[in-house]
Design a binder for this molecule. Structure first.
Ligand SMILES: Cc1cc2nc3c(=O)[nH]c(=O)nc-3n(C[C@H](O)[C@H](O)[C@H](O)COP(=O)(O)O)c2cc1C
Length: 218
């Protein structure tokens, strides 16, 4: 499976070669992959901001434990989850579904009401947690797509959410930074790329419930 080789090739890049740019066509492909990522009910309660501007990235670096990847990569992808989730978000989705699947919107009312009732059961903290989790699926898709395109990436949680929200003006947009990824090209001086992958063996990571004839290979 080619994907396994791609995933062995990728690593959380620490040193980027800041002279290289991602071709526009490939950046568009990455955006399309993120767009196609699944989300709970398909609501996509997040927005993805791609920061190229060097000055803004310099400010973000100071809010990211001064990690070099923020400024040395080609771009910084900031996954942001919606904060206030309300019935309008459901109505927007139902409208989009009706237009896309050519279904009479009235036939989707029950489904919309169901989602609204589920939202009402959630506290603000639940909603925040829930929408944040969705962004990690999109992040996973981005990392996988990067590996296929031989674009390097570093997923990162080491940043100050409030400062990101302030620098990028996210709060006014009902958004909050959730997780980020620096993308670009590895520098050959980055020693980590030459190390083997540190992963638990399959038989420790998985437990099969039921009959399974799999033979674990160490
Ligand atoms: C959600 C998440 C947050 C991470 N945060 C950081 C980070 O802030 N800085 C960093 O250098 N690496 C970060 N990493 C990279 C991990 O340390 C790395 O993925 C892990 O050690 C596995 O190594 P590999 O990705 O090179 O295979 C993060 C990874 C994930 C998935």
């Amino acid at each position: 499976m080619k994907l396994i080789n791609d995933l062995k090739w990728r690593y959380a890049t620490k040193q980027f070669d800041n002279t290289q740019k991602i071709p526009e066509e490939e950046l568009k492909q990455l955006m399309e992959v993120v767009r196609l990522a699944p989300s709970s009910y398909g609501l996509q309660l997040y927005k993805v901001i791609i920061v190229e501007d060097p000055e803004i990235r310099e400010k973000l670096k100071a809010a990211s434990w001064n990690q070099n990847q923020i400024t040395d990569s080609t771009a910084l992808v900031v996954f942001c989850n919606f904060k206030d989730i309300n019935d309008n978000h459901i109505d927007d989705y139902i409208k989009l579904k009706s237009e896309t699947e050519l279904i009479d919107i009235n036939k989707l009312k029950g489904y919309g009401d169901f989602m609204k009732s589920k939202l009402k059961e959630m506290s603000q903290a639940d909603k925040d947690n829930w929408t944040k989790r969705q962004t990690y699926i999109a992040l996973g898709f981005l990392l996988t797509a990067c590996a296929e395109l031989k674009i390097d990436a570093c997923p990162m949680e080491g940043f100050e959410v409030e400062k990101y929200n302030e620098i990028l003006g996210l709060t006014d947009q009902n958004l909050s930074a959730s997780v980020i990824a620096a993308i670009g090209y590895r520098d050959e001086s980055d020693k980590i790329q030459y190390l083997p992958k540190v992963r638990k063996p399959i038989d420790e990571l998985f437990e099969i419930v039921g009959e399974c004839k799999l033979q674990f290979v160490a």
